[in-house]
Design a protein around this ligand. Structure first.
Ligand code: ZN
Length: 233
């Protein structure tokens, strides 16, 4: 992010990165400060204070980052390619390499993208928080990356049916299909379009997920609800 930040923004960003490097706060806490800056952030080990100028600088930098990322991904989830605004889903800035394992990449623009909440939550469990952390899924920001060389993607909608189909075409594409549960996504999208009751149940879960997933305290509940959605099939 340094490259797109002005002098004040760079200084505030450095303050957060220094706090991560000195282990005063966790990368997730620093990211919380960046995502929703306020004058006092009291964490277990440390309290972060921001001046009005620092808060303004973080808000402005975050907007710049969002704009760049949205343009880059053409307003589609970087992993499943479903379009933004569908399913009443919220869209999180996604750390490709998770910040707890790669704290120095917490604010690295080339480690950030947009993902839908389904992919974001599933990736948390299946990749980021695995005891033996192995990153073997697609990296949409890697040099020369082309989605179509890794995963074939077909989306077809009529008045009465919605079909979503993936075809893994590379090793990383296979791992993404398997770990991010694309088969379940295919089934749930089809089922929701065929059955109104299941469709509206999924919508109601999707409406509640963003708020639950935005706090560490209720993240487990968000994952439970999302799991329930995938079990409807
Ligand atoms: Zn997705």
């Amino acid at each position: 992010m340094k490259n797109i930040a002005d002098k004040t923004e760079r200084k505030t960003l450095k303050k957060l990165q220094d706090l991560i490097n000195s282990r005063s706060i966790k990368p997730s806490e620093a990211w919380g400060c960046f995502s929703n800056p306020k004058s006092v952030h009291a964490f277990k080990k440390y309290t972060v204070n921001f001046t009005d100028e620092e808060i303004k600088s973080l808000n402005e930098l975050r907007e710049k980052v969002k704009k760049i990322l949205k343009q880059k991904i053409s307003k589609r989830c970087a992993y499943c390619k479903r379009a933004m605004g569908q399913h009443g889903m919220s869209w999180n800035i996604e750390h490709i390499r998770c910040k707890s394992k790669h704290p120095k990449m917490t604010f690295a623009l080339n480690n950030l993208t947009y993902a839908c909440l389904d992919c974001n939550l599933v990736k948390n469990n299946a990749v980021d928080n695995k005891a033996n952390y192995i990153f073997d899924i697609i990296d949409p920001n890697s040099k020369g990356f082309r989605y179509g060389e890794n995963i074939g993607f077909l989306q077809l909608s009529t008045d009465s049916i919605h079909v979503l189909k993936y075809k893994p075409m590379s090793k990383a594409g296979n791992k993404t299909y398997e770990k991010l549960k694309f088969r379940e996504l295919e089934h749930i999208e089809l089922l929701c379009s065929l059955n109104d009751t299941i469709g509206s149940l999924c919508d109601r879960i999707d409406e509640r997920l963003p708020r639950l997933a935005s706090s560490d305290d209720t993240l487990e509940l968000a994952e439970f609800l999302q799991n329930m959605k995938f079990r409807l099939i």
